[in-house]
Design a protein. Structure first.
Lengths: 150, 168
């Protein structure tokens, strides 16, 4: 290994250690504890999938055929409703209002926003939010590992 | 329970198409807010602001996040107080990117504070006043929808807890 490679690896390690981030754990109800991971990805993807599922539910009065939904939304729907996609009142159904609101006037923002969502299988959720700074030096795999250990 | 959620969705969906103008809400007993409006689809918008002048307008009150927090706290207190006065127990923030109804998970003042410690908002912009001074006018406009019951699986804010956490 050349000296330049050692230097590059060292620099990457240092910048990785310098990454500024925080994690925030929230639950839909305080009594919800842990559970099965049903989603890991960007907050934006999660919102899009929830909205997609919500529109499907609103259009059919129940969860309708999921073939028309994106793969991500289908996977999340399976997380919410189980493998058989049996509509069991798992919530996450009001995203339909998105897009109907007035232009936003306040929004929080971060350069890297990821979330890991777990369910207790009874319709309650736990989210671990990752907020990273504008010089992202953590990979998605690293972020996933951080959140899994929270 | 799910039917209840769907009714709420449907109501919001259809009412949003109505042309009825927003109603102004009396703010006499709501500290820290300039005005509150209720839209035809029952979305309440709470407007608050905080003006800081001099050096703090550039450097913030310690940090930009402190300035933002000071602008936000009374607004969230008023959101909780107003909702509770109408016998609501929960609320969802429905601002564009920060939308609990599309899954945004921050649902307590403590969690919001953690967020603000690392990040401010795009609204932290000092400007020159008419008299040549420096001013930072932080604005908070928070849109909320209230609930009497908590549908499962949504990250909603508990109003009683929020009022406790934001009381000054």
């Amino acid at each position: 290994m050349k000296l330049i490679h050692v230097f590059a690896i060292g620099l990457m390690t240092v910048t990785s250690l310098m990454a500024d981030y925080t994690t925030i754990v929230t639950r839909t109800t305080p009594s919800m504890q842990g559970g099965k991971e049903i989603f890991f990805g960007t907050v934006s993807d999660y919102s899009n999938y929830v909205t997609e599922i919500s529109k499907n539910v609103a259009a059919h009065g129940t969860l309708g055929a999921v073939d028309g939904m994106s793969k991500g939304a289908q996977a999340l729907a399976r997380g919410f409703y189980g493998e058989g996609l049996k509509y069991a009142g798992a919530g996450a159904a009001i995203g339909i209002v998105v897009g109907l609101l007035d232009p936003y006037v306040m929004s929080m923002y971060a350069d890297q926003e990821y979330m890991l969502v777990r369910t207790d299988g009874k319709g309650e959720l736990e989210s671990i939010l990752f907020i990273g700074d504008k010089h992202p030096s953590l990979s998605e795999t690293q972020i996933h590992t951080i959140l899994q250990n929270k | 329970m799910m039917k209840h959620i769907l009714l709420v969705i449907t109501a919001l969906f259809f009412l949003s198409g109505c042309a009825e103008p927003s109603k102004q809400i009396e703010t006499e007993n709501l500290p820290g807010v300039e005005n509150v409006t209720e839209s035809s689809n029952h979305i309440y918008t709470f407007h608050g602001s905080l003006k800081i002048r001099g050096a703090n307008a550039i450097f913030g009150e310690g940090k930009p996040s402190e300035t933002l927090k000071n602008a936000m706290k009374p607004v969230f207190y008023s959101i909780a107080k107003f909702g509770r006065s109408k016998n609501y127990k929960y609320m969802a923030v429905v601002n564009d990117r920060f939308n609990n109804l599309s899954g945004y998970p921050i649902n307590s003042w403590k969690a919001l504070e953690s967020y603000m410690k690392l990040y401010g908002t795009k609204h932290y912009r000092p400007s020159i006043t008419d008299k040549g001074g420096i001013e930072n006018h932080s604005r908070a406009a928070v849109k909320v929808v209230y609930f009497k019951k908590r549908p499962k699986g949504l990250f909603l804010w508990d109003l009683e807890q929020l009022e406790r956490d934001t009381r000054q």
